[in-house]
Write a protein that binds this ligand. Structure first.
Ligand code: UDP
Ligand code: MG
Length: 157
């Protein structure tokens, strides 16, 4: 089953929104398989945001992402990558649809409270960037029969 990476950014940590983000994810039916608090540095920001290093706002982005620790989470579910991207909303909070995390909790394009992997391929790369194998837990099967139909997942009880 698909897993994806979510980072609860410093803008959410400092505004005490950690619990709101986690509760949205859990209420949706996504299963948290890994979670920790981490202090990012410039090196990991340059890797994680490699597509943006040449943009003029990149130094501000690094400052933003390193201002406080972040919460890194791996979550699991059917089509989890797309589901979490849809829940995240557009990059700029003030353009993000109501009902999305960014749409409900922020105004900014930079201070936009969460990161979510944008493809299955990138999710695998990003999960490996932030988590070792031993930090991801497979305890999930018991809940599947309450979350999915038998033809959607294999109940391995
Ligand atoms: N960002 C920014 N200014 C911009 C575009 C992006 O500060 O003009 C920041 C913002 O925090 C965003 C992150 O860089 O979440 C990654 O940008 P991307 O285009 O990958 O957006 P996302 O996938 O986070 O929606
Ligand atoms: Mg992105």
């Amino acid at each position: 089953m698909e897993q994806t990476l979510i980072l609860i950014k410093p803008s959410a940590v400092i505004r005490c929104l950690i619990g709101d983000v986690i509760s949205r994810i859990q209420h949706k039916g996504l299963i948290i398989t890994g979670m920790k608090m981490m202090q990012l540095d410039e090196k990991i920001c340059r890797e994680h945001y490699a597509h943006l290093v040449d943009r003029p706002f990149f130094p501000d982005l690094v400052r933003s992402m390193t201002r406080t620790p972040i919460i890194a989470m791996v979550v699991k579910g059917l089509e989890a990558v797309r589901v979490v991207r849809d829940m995240t909303g557009a990059t700029k909070g003030r353009n993000a649809a109501p009902g999305t995390l960014r749409g409900d909790f922020c105004m900014s394009g930079q201070e936009n409270i969460v990161h979510a992997s944008d493809s299955v391929e990138n999710a695998e790369i990003e999960i490996a960037r932030f988590f070792s194998q031993g930090e991801i837990f497979d305890y999930t099967n018991d809940s599947f029969k309450y979350l999915y139909a038998p033809d959607e997942v294999v109940f391995n009880l």
